[in-house]
Design a protein around this ligand. Sequence first.
Ligand SMILES: *Cc1c(COP(=O)(O)O)cnc(C)c1O
Length: 500
Amino acid sequence: MLYTSTRDRSVKVSSAQAIAQGISADGGLFVPESIPQISMEEIVRLASADYVTRAKEILSLYLTDFTDEELDYCVNGAYASGRFSSEKVAPLAEIEPNVHLLELWKGPTCAFKDMALQLLPYLMTVSAKKTADGKTIVILVATSGDTGKAALEGFKDVKDTKILVFYPEDGVSPMQKLQMMTQEGDNVGVCAIRGNFDDAQSGVKRIFSDRAIAEKLAAHNMMFSSANSINWGRLVPQIVYYISAYCDMIADGSITPGAPVNVAVPTGNFGNILAAYYARKMGLPINKLICASNANNVLTDFLTTGVYDRNRTFHATISPSMDILISSNLERLLYDMTDGDDRAVAGYMEQLNTVGRYTVVPEVFAKISALFCAGCCDDAQTKQTIHQVFESDEYLCDTHTAVAVKVYKDYCARTGDQTDTIIASTANPFKFSAAVLEAVGGGLAAGFSEFDVVRQLSVVTGEQIPAPLADLEQRSVRFTDVCDKENMAQAVFQMLGIEG
Ligand SMILES: *Cc1c(COP(=O)(O)O)cnc(C)c1O
Protein backbone atom coordinates (compact mmCIF):
# COMPACT_ATOMS: atom_id res chain seq x y z
CA MET A 1 0.00 0.00 0.00
CA LEU A 2 1.38 3.38 -0.99
CA TYR A 3 0.46 6.85 0.22
CA THR A 4 -0.11 9.94 -1.83
CA SER A 5 -0.63 13.65 -1.11
CA THR A 6 -4.04 15.29 -1.03
CA ARG A 7 -2.54 18.12 -3.11
CA ASP A 8 -0.44 16.10 -5.58
CA ARG A 9 -1.41 12.64 -6.71
CA SER A 10 1.93 12.01 -8.34
CA VAL A 11 3.47 11.68 -4.85
CA LYS A 12 3.94 8.03 -3.85
CA VAL A 13 5.57 7.05 -0.57
CA SER A 14 5.56 4.07 1.80
CA SER A 15 3.71 4.27 5.10
CA ALA A 16 7.06 4.55 6.90
CA GLN A 17 7.96 7.59 4.79
CA ALA A 18 4.55 9.15 5.33
CA ILE A 19 4.86 8.72 9.09
CA ALA A 20 8.49 9.85 9.39
CA GLN A 21 7.86 12.90 7.21
CA GLY A 22 4.47 13.83 8.72
CA ILE A 23 3.29 16.15 5.96
CA SER A 24 3.91 16.15 2.22
CA ALA A 25 6.37 18.71 0.81
CA ASP A 26 3.54 20.30 -1.21
CA GLY A 27 1.69 21.08 2.03
CA GLY A 28 -0.84 18.29 1.45
CA LEU A 29 -1.64 15.44 3.82
CA PHE A 30 -0.69 11.85 3.19
CA VAL A 31 -3.56 9.50 2.42
CA PRO A 32 -3.59 5.82 1.45
CA GLU A 33 -4.03 5.26 -2.29
CA SER A 34 -6.95 2.97 -1.51
CA ILE A 35 -8.80 1.97 1.64
CA PRO A 36 -8.36 -1.69 2.61
CA GLN A 37 -11.46 -3.76 3.30
CA ILE A 38 -12.42 -5.78 6.34
CA SER A 39 -15.17 -8.42 6.07
CA MET A 40 -17.87 -9.09 8.66
CA GLU A 41 -16.42 -12.60 9.16
CA GLU A 42 -13.13 -10.99 10.07
CA ILE A 43 -14.84 -8.57 12.46
CA VAL A 44 -16.69 -11.44 14.11
CA ARG A 45 -13.40 -13.29 14.48
CA LEU A 46 -11.82 -10.23 16.10
CA ALA A 47 -14.77 -9.99 18.51
CA SER A 48 -13.17 -12.72 20.58
CA ALA A 49 -9.67 -11.20 20.40
CA ASP A 50 -8.06 -8.62 22.70
CA TYR A 51 -7.29 -5.01 21.77
CA VAL A 52 -3.66 -5.70 20.88
CA THR A 53 -4.67 -8.39 18.41
CA ARG A 54 -7.35 -6.22 16.87
CA ALA A 55 -4.92 -3.31 16.55
CA LYS A 56 -2.24 -5.43 14.95
CA GLU A 57 -4.63 -6.92 12.44
CA ILE A 58 -6.07 -3.57 11.37
CA LEU A 59 -2.73 -1.74 11.29
CA SER A 60 -1.23 -4.48 9.14
CA LEU A 61 -3.74 -3.60 6.40
CA TYR A 62 -2.38 -0.05 6.24
CA LEU A 63 1.28 -0.37 7.22
CA THR A 64 2.20 -2.99 4.68
CA ASP A 65 5.90 -2.12 4.77
CA PHE A 66 6.09 -2.99 8.50
CA THR A 67 7.11 -6.56 9.31
CA ASP A 68 5.09 -8.78 11.59
CA GLU A 69 7.74 -8.40 14.30
CA GLU A 70 7.76 -4.62 13.97
CA LEU A 71 3.99 -4.43 14.33
CA ASP A 72 4.10 -6.73 17.36
CA TYR A 73 6.73 -4.51 18.93
CA CYS A 74 4.65 -1.38 18.28
CA VAL A 75 1.23 -2.52 19.44
CA ASN A 76 2.52 -4.39 22.47
CA GLY A 77 4.63 -1.42 23.53
CA ALA A 78 1.64 0.90 23.27
CA TYR A 79 -1.30 -1.12 24.47
CA ALA A 80 -0.03 -4.13 26.45
CA SER A 81 2.49 -2.36 28.67
CA GLY A 82 0.02 -1.46 31.43
CA ARG A 83 -0.07 2.23 30.52
CA PHE A 84 -3.84 2.10 30.03
CA SER A 85 -5.85 1.73 33.21
CA SER A 86 -8.43 -0.50 31.51
CA GLU A 87 -7.57 -3.99 30.37
CA LYS A 88 -9.85 -3.42 27.39
CA VAL A 89 -7.86 -0.24 26.54
CA ALA A 90 -10.96 1.48 25.11
CA PRO A 91 -14.02 0.12 26.96
CA LEU A 92 -17.66 0.87 26.23
CA ALA A 93 -20.16 2.15 28.80
CA GLU A 94 -23.83 1.81 27.87
CA ILE A 95 -25.35 4.78 29.68
CA GLU A 96 -28.85 4.41 28.23
CA PRO A 97 -30.39 1.82 25.92
CA ASN A 98 -28.65 2.08 22.51
CA VAL A 99 -26.22 4.76 23.75
CA HIS A 100 -22.68 3.48 24.10
CA LEU A 101 -19.91 5.77 25.30
CA LEU A 102 -16.56 4.67 23.96
CA GLU A 103 -14.15 5.65 26.74
CA LEU A 104 -10.98 6.68 24.99
CA TRP A 105 -9.29 8.29 28.00
CA LYS A 106 -7.86 5.41 30.00
CA GLY A 107 -4.28 6.31 29.00
CA PRO A 108 -1.59 8.18 30.95
CA THR A 109 -2.80 11.72 30.14
CA CYS A 110 -6.53 11.03 30.59
CA ALA A 111 -7.61 12.12 27.08
CA PHE A 112 -8.26 10.27 23.84
CA LYS A 113 -5.05 11.53 22.27
CA ASP A 114 -3.23 8.75 24.16
CA MET A 115 -4.91 6.16 21.94
CA ALA A 116 -2.74 7.33 19.05
CA LEU A 117 0.14 9.01 20.83
CA GLN A 118 1.12 6.01 22.89
CA LEU A 119 1.57 4.16 19.60
CA LEU A 120 3.01 6.92 17.40
CA PRO A 121 6.52 7.00 18.96
CA TYR A 122 6.87 3.30 18.15
CA LEU A 123 5.59 3.77 14.61
CA MET A 124 7.84 6.80 14.23
CA THR A 125 11.06 5.18 15.42
CA VAL A 126 10.47 2.07 13.30
CA SER A 127 9.67 4.32 10.32
CA ALA A 128 12.75 6.45 10.94
CA LYS A 129 14.96 3.36 10.97
CA LYS A 130 13.59 2.45 7.57
CA THR A 131 13.79 5.90 6.01
CA ALA A 132 15.57 8.64 7.96
CA ASP A 133 19.14 7.28 7.97
CA GLY A 134 20.14 8.11 11.50
CA LYS A 135 18.64 11.58 11.72
CA THR A 136 17.18 12.80 14.99
CA ILE A 137 13.46 13.33 14.50
CA VAL A 138 12.22 16.62 15.88
CA ILE A 139 8.53 16.39 16.63
CA LEU A 140 6.84 19.76 16.42
CA VAL A 141 3.38 20.00 17.95
CA ALA A 142 0.69 22.65 18.07
CA THR A 143 -1.86 21.79 20.71
CA SER A 144 -5.26 22.90 21.89
CA GLY A 145 -4.37 21.19 25.16
CA ASP A 146 -4.56 17.42 25.02
CA THR A 147 -2.31 16.55 22.07
CA GLY A 148 0.64 18.38 23.59
CA LYS A 149 0.63 16.47 26.83
CA ALA A 150 -0.11 13.14 25.19
CA ALA A 151 2.70 13.65 22.67
CA LEU A 152 5.14 14.72 25.39
CA GLU A 153 4.26 11.67 27.43
CA GLY A 154 4.56 9.37 24.40
CA PHE A 155 7.88 10.74 23.14
CA LYS A 156 9.65 11.59 26.41
CA ASP A 157 13.11 10.02 26.47
CA VAL A 158 12.46 8.11 23.24
CA LYS A 159 15.88 7.64 21.65
CA ASP A 160 16.77 9.76 18.60
CA THR A 161 13.74 12.02 19.00
CA LYS A 162 13.12 15.47 20.40
CA ILE A 163 9.71 16.96 20.98
CA LEU A 164 8.69 20.61 21.08
CA VAL A 165 5.16 21.72 21.95
CA PHE A 166 3.43 25.06 21.40
CA TYR A 167 0.16 25.82 23.13
CA PRO A 168 -2.07 28.94 23.25
CA GLU A 169 -1.23 30.76 26.49
CA ASP A 170 -4.86 31.41 27.43
CA GLY A 171 -6.48 28.64 25.41
CA VAL A 172 -6.07 25.52 27.55
CA SER A 173 -7.53 24.40 30.87
CA PRO A 174 -5.48 24.93 34.07
CA MET A 175 -4.98 21.18 34.36
CA GLN A 176 -3.82 20.88 30.74
CA LYS A 177 -1.38 23.73 31.27
CA LEU A 178 0.01 22.18 34.42
CA GLN A 179 0.39 18.82 32.73
CA MET A 180 2.64 20.41 30.09
CA MET A 181 4.56 22.81 32.34
CA THR A 182 5.60 19.95 34.62
CA GLN A 183 6.55 17.50 31.84
CA GLU A 184 9.56 15.33 32.59
CA GLY A 185 12.09 13.98 30.11
CA ASP A 186 15.43 15.11 28.65
CA ASN A 187 14.28 15.53 25.05
CA VAL A 188 11.23 17.73 25.63
CA GLY A 189 10.48 21.45 25.23
CA VAL A 190 7.27 23.40 25.86
CA CYS A 191 6.45 27.00 24.94
CA ALA A 192 3.23 29.00 25.20
CA ILE A 193 2.33 31.43 22.42
CA ARG A 194 0.42 34.69 22.52
CA GLY A 195 -2.40 33.62 20.21
CA ASN A 196 -4.99 30.89 19.81
CA PHE A 197 -4.72 27.29 18.62
CA ASP A 198 -5.13 28.20 14.96
CA ASP A 199 -2.18 30.59 15.31
CA ALA A 200 -0.11 27.81 16.86
CA GLN A 201 -1.11 25.32 14.16
CA SER A 202 -0.49 27.77 11.32
CA GLY A 203 2.91 28.66 12.82
CA VAL A 204 3.92 25.03 13.01
CA LYS A 205 2.76 24.37 9.45
CA ARG A 206 4.78 27.38 8.28
CA ILE A 207 7.91 26.07 9.97
CA PHE A 208 7.36 22.66 8.39
CA SER A 209 7.22 24.08 4.89
CA ASP A 210 10.16 26.50 5.31
CA ARG A 211 13.06 25.19 3.19
CA ALA A 212 15.71 27.26 4.95
CA ILE A 213 14.70 25.96 8.36
CA ALA A 214 14.69 22.37 7.06
CA GLU A 215 18.20 22.84 5.70
CA LYS A 216 19.39 24.28 8.98
CA LEU A 217 18.07 21.23 10.78
CA ALA A 218 19.58 18.87 8.23
CA ALA A 219 22.96 20.47 8.88
CA HIS A 220 22.57 19.33 12.48
CA ASN A 221 21.46 15.85 11.37
CA MET A 222 17.87 16.54 12.38
CA MET A 223 14.55 16.44 10.55
CA PHE A 224 11.07 17.62 11.49
CA SER A 225 8.05 15.46 11.84
CA SER A 226 4.58 15.98 13.19
CA ALA A 227 2.62 14.36 15.99
CA ASN A 228 -0.51 16.34 15.11
CA SER A 229 -3.34 14.49 13.46
CA ILE A 230 -2.03 15.66 10.10
CA ASN A 231 0.38 12.72 10.55
CA TRP A 232 -1.04 9.48 9.17
CA GLY A 233 0.51 7.69 12.14
CA ARG A 234 -1.93 9.57 14.36
CA LEU A 235 -4.98 8.65 12.35
CA VAL A 236 -4.49 4.99 11.69
CA PRO A 237 -4.53 3.98 15.41
CA GLN A 238 -7.85 5.79 15.71
CA ILE A 239 -9.50 3.61 13.06
CA VAL A 240 -8.79 0.63 15.31
CA TYR A 241 -11.00 1.66 18.22
CA TYR A 242 -14.14 2.08 16.15
CA ILE A 243 -13.79 -1.44 14.81
CA SER A 244 -12.86 -2.64 18.29
CA ALA A 245 -15.99 -1.03 19.75
CA TYR A 246 -18.12 -2.82 17.18
CA CYS A 247 -16.38 -6.09 18.09
CA ASP A 248 -17.16 -5.47 21.78
CA MET A 249 -20.80 -4.81 20.96
CA ILE A 250 -21.00 -8.11 19.11
CA ALA A 251 -19.24 -9.86 21.98
CA ASP A 252 -21.60 -8.48 24.65
CA GLY A 253 -24.72 -9.09 22.57
CA SER A 254 -25.67 -5.42 22.07
CA ILE A 255 -25.81 -5.99 18.32
CA THR A 256 -25.86 -8.84 15.86
CA PRO A 257 -23.02 -8.96 13.30
CA GLY A 258 -23.80 -6.66 10.40
CA ALA A 259 -26.22 -4.44 12.33
CA PRO A 260 -25.78 -0.74 11.58
CA VAL A 261 -24.51 1.70 14.20
CA ASN A 262 -24.17 5.47 14.29
CA VAL A 263 -21.06 7.22 15.51
CA ALA A 264 -21.11 10.62 17.23
CA VAL A 265 -17.85 12.49 17.79
CA PRO A 266 -16.97 15.74 19.59
CA THR A 267 -14.91 17.32 16.86
CA GLY A 268 -12.11 19.85 16.58
CA ASN A 269 -9.46 19.12 13.99
CA PHE A 270 -11.68 16.47 12.33
CA GLY A 271 -9.21 13.65 13.06
CA ASN A 272 -11.30 11.47 15.31
CA ILE A 273 -14.42 11.54 13.14
CA LEU A 274 -12.33 11.04 10.01
CA ALA A 275 -11.01 7.81 11.52
CA ALA A 276 -14.64 6.67 11.90
CA TYR A 277 -15.21 7.59 8.27
CA TYR A 278 -12.27 5.41 7.21
CA ALA A 279 -13.59 2.55 9.39
CA ARG A 280 -16.87 2.86 7.55
CA LYS A 281 -15.10 2.82 4.20
CA MET A 282 -13.30 -0.35 5.25
CA GLY A 283 -16.69 -2.01 5.65
CA LEU A 284 -17.76 -1.29 9.23
CA PRO A 285 -21.56 -0.84 9.03
CA ILE A 286 -21.73 2.75 10.19
CA ASN A 287 -24.95 4.47 9.23
CA LYS A 288 -24.60 8.15 10.20
CA LEU A 289 -21.53 10.07 11.28
CA ILE A 290 -22.64 12.76 13.71
CA CYS A 291 -20.20 15.65 13.96
CA ALA A 292 -20.56 17.65 17.19
CA SER A 293 -19.07 21.10 17.69
CA ASN A 294 -19.05 23.67 20.47
CA ALA A 295 -19.62 27.40 19.85
CA ASN A 296 -16.79 27.24 17.28
CA ASN A 297 -19.26 25.72 14.85
CA VAL A 298 -17.45 26.14 11.55
CA LEU A 299 -17.90 22.41 10.82
CA THR A 300 -21.63 22.47 11.63
CA ASP A 301 -22.05 25.18 9.02
CA PHE A 302 -19.83 23.43 6.49
CA LEU A 303 -21.53 20.07 6.82
CA THR A 304 -24.99 21.64 6.52
CA THR A 305 -24.28 24.19 3.75
CA GLY A 306 -21.11 23.19 1.88
CA VAL A 307 -19.51 26.54 2.70
CA TYR A 308 -16.42 26.53 4.90
CA ASP A 309 -15.91 29.96 6.37
CA ARG A 310 -13.39 30.57 9.09
CA ASN A 311 -14.08 34.31 9.13
CA ARG A 312 -15.93 34.37 12.40
CA THR A 313 -15.38 35.10 16.05
CA PHE A 314 -13.18 32.63 17.86
CA HIS A 315 -14.75 31.49 21.14
CA ALA A 316 -12.78 30.25 24.13
CA THR A 317 -15.11 27.58 25.55
CA ILE A 318 -15.20 25.04 28.38
CA SER A 319 -14.32 22.39 25.77
CA PRO A 320 -11.00 23.97 24.73
CA SER A 321 -9.71 20.96 22.78
CA MET A 322 -12.43 21.73 20.22
CA ASP A 323 -11.73 25.46 19.99
CA ILE A 324 -10.57 25.30 16.40
CA LEU A 325 -11.61 27.14 13.25
CA ILE A 326 -9.26 25.43 10.80
CA SER A 327 -9.97 21.72 10.92
CA SER A 328 -6.94 20.28 9.14
CA ASN A 329 -8.19 16.77 8.56
CA LEU A 330 -11.18 17.92 6.59
CA GLU A 331 -8.69 18.09 3.73
CA ARG A 332 -8.50 14.30 3.72
CA LEU A 333 -12.29 14.01 3.56
CA LEU A 334 -12.39 16.47 0.66
CA TYR A 335 -9.78 14.41 -1.18
CA ASP A 336 -11.92 11.33 -0.79
CA MET A 337 -15.22 13.01 -1.59
CA THR A 338 -13.78 14.50 -4.79
CA ASP A 339 -12.52 11.04 -5.81
CA GLY A 340 -8.96 12.15 -5.34
CA ASP A 341 -9.12 15.47 -7.20
CA ASP A 342 -5.82 16.92 -5.96
CA ARG A 343 -6.25 20.15 -7.99
CA ALA A 344 -9.65 20.82 -6.44
CA VAL A 345 -8.37 20.12 -2.92
CA ALA A 346 -5.31 22.33 -3.43
CA GLY A 347 -7.66 25.04 -4.69
CA TYR A 348 -9.94 24.83 -1.65
CA MET A 349 -6.95 24.97 0.68
CA GLU A 350 -5.50 27.91 -1.19
CA GLN A 351 -8.80 29.78 -0.77
CA LEU A 352 -8.91 28.88 2.90
CA ASN A 353 -5.43 30.29 3.24
CA THR A 354 -6.04 33.51 1.35
CA VAL A 355 -9.67 34.49 1.96
CA GLY A 356 -10.55 32.07 4.75
CA ARG A 357 -13.46 30.58 2.85
CA TYR A 358 -14.36 28.06 0.17
CA THR A 359 -17.49 26.40 -1.18
CA VAL A 360 -17.47 22.81 -2.38
CA VAL A 361 -19.25 21.96 -5.63
CA PRO A 362 -22.83 20.63 -5.29
CA GLU A 363 -21.94 16.99 -6.15
CA VAL A 364 -19.36 16.91 -3.38
CA PHE A 365 -21.71 18.55 -0.92
CA ALA A 366 -24.43 16.02 -1.77
CA LYS A 367 -22.08 13.14 -0.97
CA ILE A 368 -21.00 14.72 2.29
CA SER A 369 -24.49 15.49 3.50
CA ALA A 370 -25.73 12.00 2.69
CA LEU A 371 -23.36 10.66 5.31
CA PHE A 372 -22.67 13.34 7.89
CA CYS A 373 -25.02 15.01 10.32
CA ALA A 374 -23.82 17.98 12.30
CA GLY A 375 -24.82 20.06 15.26
CA CYS A 376 -23.37 22.34 17.89
CA CYS A 377 -24.06 23.60 21.38
CA ASP A 378 -22.86 26.39 23.64
CA ASP A 379 -21.28 26.21 27.09
CA ALA A 380 -24.60 26.51 28.94
CA GLN A 381 -26.04 23.55 27.02
CA THR A 382 -22.85 21.58 27.58
CA LYS A 383 -23.09 22.06 31.35
CA GLN A 384 -26.79 21.27 31.32
CA THR A 385 -26.02 18.01 29.52
CA ILE A 386 -23.33 17.05 32.05
CA HIS A 387 -25.90 17.71 34.77
CA GLN A 388 -28.64 15.69 33.10
CA VAL A 389 -26.44 12.71 32.29
CA PHE A 390 -25.11 12.69 35.84
CA GLU A 391 -28.59 12.90 37.37
CA SER A 392 -30.42 10.43 35.15
CA ASP A 393 -27.68 8.01 34.07
CA GLU A 394 -25.33 8.36 37.05
CA TYR A 395 -22.51 8.92 34.61
CA LEU A 396 -20.04 11.78 34.86
CA CYS A 397 -18.84 12.98 31.47
CA ASP A 398 -16.37 15.68 30.54
CA THR A 399 -17.14 18.92 28.71
CA HIS A 400 -16.15 17.56 25.26
CA THR A 401 -18.06 14.32 25.53
CA ALA A 402 -21.08 16.30 26.71
CA VAL A 403 -21.08 18.29 23.47
CA ALA A 404 -21.39 15.04 21.52
CA VAL A 405 -24.11 13.71 23.84
CA LYS A 406 -26.13 16.90 23.40
CA VAL A 407 -25.77 16.96 19.62
CA TYR A 408 -26.63 13.25 19.48
CA LYS A 409 -29.78 13.81 21.56
CA ASP A 410 -30.82 16.68 19.31
CA TYR A 411 -30.26 14.40 16.33
CA CYS A 412 -32.48 11.69 17.85
CA ALA A 413 -35.21 14.19 18.69
CA ARG A 414 -35.09 15.49 15.12
CA THR A 415 -35.02 12.16 13.31
CA GLY A 416 -36.43 9.56 15.69
CA ASP A 417 -33.44 7.37 14.80
CA GLN A 418 -32.98 4.66 17.44
CA THR A 419 -29.97 2.93 15.91
CA ASP A 420 -27.32 1.86 18.43
CA THR A 421 -24.87 4.71 18.66
CA ILE A 422 -21.23 4.86 19.67
CA ILE A 423 -20.38 8.25 21.19
CA ALA A 424 -16.68 8.99 21.42
CA SER A 425 -15.95 9.93 25.03
CA THR A 426 -12.74 11.88 24.72
CA ALA A 427 -11.54 12.97 28.15
CA ASN A 428 -11.67 12.17 31.82
CA PRO A 429 -13.97 14.73 33.51
CA PHE A 430 -11.28 15.62 36.07
CA LYS A 431 -9.25 17.25 33.32
CA PHE A 432 -11.89 19.98 33.17
CA SER A 433 -12.86 19.98 36.83
CA ALA A 434 -14.05 23.57 37.27
CA ALA A 435 -16.65 23.43 34.51
CA VAL A 436 -17.75 19.90 35.39
CA LEU A 437 -18.08 20.78 39.07
CA GLU A 438 -20.17 23.80 38.23
CA ALA A 439 -22.34 21.64 35.98
CA VAL A 440 -23.12 19.11 38.70
CA GLY A 441 -23.96 21.91 41.09
CA GLY A 442 -21.01 21.83 43.43
CA GLY A 443 -19.33 25.09 42.47
CA LEU A 444 -16.59 26.60 44.58
CA ALA A 445 -16.10 30.30 45.12
CA ALA A 446 -13.21 31.90 43.27
CA GLY A 447 -9.75 31.74 44.78
CA PHE A 448 -9.49 27.99 45.24
CA SER A 449 -6.62 26.11 43.62
CA GLU A 450 -7.16 23.72 40.71
CA PHE A 451 -6.54 20.82 43.06
CA ASP A 452 -9.14 22.06 45.57
CA VAL A 453 -11.59 22.01 42.70
CA VAL A 454 -10.49 18.51 41.70
CA ARG A 455 -10.96 17.22 45.25
CA GLN A 456 -14.33 18.92 45.56
CA LEU A 457 -15.47 17.29 42.30
CA SER A 458 -14.47 13.94 43.72
CA VAL A 459 -16.39 14.59 46.96
CA VAL A 460 -19.52 15.81 45.17
CA THR A 461 -19.64 13.01 42.59
CA GLY A 462 -18.05 10.10 44.43
CA GLU A 463 -15.72 9.57 41.46
CA GLN A 464 -12.04 8.83 41.98
CA ILE A 465 -9.39 11.35 40.96
CA PRO A 466 -7.21 9.69 38.30
CA ALA A 467 -3.68 9.09 39.57
CA PRO A 468 -1.82 10.90 36.73
CA LEU A 469 -3.72 14.10 37.55
CA ALA A 470 -3.47 13.76 41.33
CA ASP A 471 0.32 13.33 40.95
CA LEU A 472 0.74 16.71 39.30
CA GLU A 473 0.29 18.56 42.57
CA GLN A 474 3.72 17.34 43.73
CA ARG A 475 5.54 18.05 40.47
CA SER A 476 7.67 21.13 39.95
CA VAL A 477 7.11 23.48 37.04
CA ARG A 478 9.83 23.24 34.37
CA PHE A 479 8.53 25.26 31.43
CA THR A 480 7.30 28.86 31.62
CA ASP A 481 8.42 30.37 28.27
CA VAL A 482 5.95 32.42 26.25
CA CYS A 483 6.61 33.73 22.73
CA ASP A 484 4.81 35.79 20.10
CA LYS A 485 3.25 33.76 17.31
CA GLU A 486 5.62 35.43 14.84
CA ASN A 487 8.66 34.15 16.74
CA MET A 488 7.94 30.44 16.84
CA ALA A 489 10.84 29.50 14.56
CA GLN A 490 13.19 31.38 16.86
CA ALA A 491 11.78 29.47 19.83
CA VAL A 492 12.37 26.22 17.98
CA PHE A 493 16.05 27.02 17.41
CA GLN A 494 16.43 28.02 21.02
CA MET A 495 14.86 24.82 22.32
CA LEU A 496 17.03 22.76 19.97
CA GLY A 497 20.10 24.69 21.00
CA ILE A 498 21.06 25.68 17.45
CA GLU A 499 21.82 29.13 16.02
CA GLY A 500 18.79 31.03 14.65
C1 LIG B 1 -8.56 16.61 20.54
C2 LIG B 1 -9.82 16.48 21.28
C3 LIG B 1 -11.06 16.53 20.62
C4 LIG B 1 -11.17 16.81 19.14
O1 LIG B 1 -10.69 15.74 18.36
P1 LIG B 1 -10.32 15.98 16.80
O2 LIG B 1 -9.68 14.71 16.38
O3 LIG B 1 -9.35 17.13 16.81
O4 LIG B 1 -11.56 16.30 16.09
C5 LIG B 1 -12.20 16.33 21.37
N1 LIG B 1 -12.14 16.13 22.69
C6 LIG B 1 -10.97 16.07 23.36
C7 LIG B 1 -10.99 15.86 24.83
C8 LIG B 1 -9.77 16.24 22.69
O5 LIG B 1 -8.61 16.19 23.36
